[in-house]
Design a protein around this ligand. Sequence first.
Ligand SMILES: Cc1cc2nc3c(=O)[nH]c(=O)nc-3n(C[C@H](O)[C@H](O)[C@H](O)COP(=O)(O)OP(=O)(O)OC[C@H]3O[C@@H](n4cnc5c(N)ncnc54)[C@H](O)[C@@H]3O)c2cc1C
Length: 434
Amino acid sequence: MLPFDRSLVVAGGGPAGYMAAITAAEMGLKGVLLLEATLQPLGKVLISGGGRCNVTHGCWDPRALVGHYPRGSKALRGAFSRFAAGDTLAWFASRGLELVEEPDGRLFPRSNRSSSVVELLEATAAAAGVSVWRGTALRAAQPLEQGGFQLQLRLPANSQERGQQPQLRSRRLLLATGGHPSGRALATQLGHGVVAPVPSLFTLALDANPLAGLSGVVMDPVGLELLLPGQRFEQQGTALITHWGLSGPATLRLTAFAARALKEQNYRAQLQVDWSGGRPTAELEGAFSSARIEQAKRLLCNWRPWPELSRRLWIHLLEANGVSGQKRWADLGRSEQRRLITALGASCYQVSGRGPFGEEFVTAGGVNLGEVTMASMESRRQSGLFFAGELLDIDGVTGGFNFQHCWTSGWLAGQAIAAAAATETTAAAASPPI
Ligand SMILES: Cc1cc2nc3c(=O)[nH]c(=O)nc-3n(C[C@H](O)[C@H](O)[C@H](O)COP(=O)(O)OP(=O)(O)OC[C@H]3O[C@@H](n4cnc5c(N)ncnc54)[C@H](O)[C@@H]3O)c2cc1C
């Protein structure tokens, strides 16, 4: 009897699992089995990027790319030097899927449909000989004395008729279960430390939202500064005012970097917003002085200190600071001007919680990176065990960076697994696919 049913079992049919399985199989590894707990593999890819799938980001220098990862940036340095955004672009292009860069650097499939990415990954996996068992979850994994793993699966109802068995032995195991708790439990069973998961990339709810009337206003750029006991986080960029508070790329980046600190404070913090986008006070004073002279007869509500300032926001700031919009610019008092300049440069709000929606939802935390060899994604604790994707304590900001680390870690793991198997006689003896 051959010692293993499979040369590699990949648990998790997300982007990381597919990339690893395809890479290993394309390098010649036979007997690759991918398990997906749900009936729809690549479910998150399908809903990602508003149904368009923001596959990666046009940040071509690996040293710059790591700066977009609140957790994992140091560990990713070496990984990105081997497979980064340019490699993702080339990988998809060589398999027939063209990615197009938008002005803000995000890359989407030319079709603008995430289903193109799903179809390509499924077709490539099938062509490479990867077996995919849908509706099948990995429940437990036990290392075997002679190497490899005894796996326990939860199979769908009709599986036994198809010859699928709830127990199988695999020479190698790759966990790519994303943010799902089952993957973290499996990693713990196999001796790994897991950094407690916390949500990342969320919007901010403001106490009694003073900006509620401005819902839909987009400001670019704004400066955001989050003040927590002993810590402060800053971001500049586009912010969107919502019914409950603030959203938009700058807010999501801010919450990604502050994810753990915010969780520790139960999502209560002080938020200082620079609506002027970093204009120095002297510049703001200059704009006000010009308006007082050149627009002396205009009403405050009809003339903004600079044209890009949203009219709705300006009128809100006038009201919030007790300045009548019906006043002429010539009649604006000195103390009123000071209040407005302070409000434009540093308005303070109380954060009262996480907002209900985000563009992406990502889990920060996961398998401790110190216990994984990043060059191969292999466990330092358990030979033959590999990790890829969001299950690791790595997460990126919004813009395609989360998929990028999945493509990278999946590719590295697939390469390392195939290379190790090629040098090993037991892998050559692995059974053909069931
Ligand atoms: C709404 C939304 C939009 C997003 N948009 C983008 C975007 O445009 N660009 C971007 O870069 N990122 C985006 N993200 C983040 C991105 O989707 C994730 O970072 C990425 O999917 C993680 O990939 P993964 O392969 O590690 O895990 P997942 O995609 O979560 O896949 C893991 C898979 O494993 C399966 N699984 C779990 N446990 C088991 C088990 N025990 N056995 C078998 N299978 C199991 C799960 O069912 C799942 O299918 C978005 C996220 C969300 C929620």
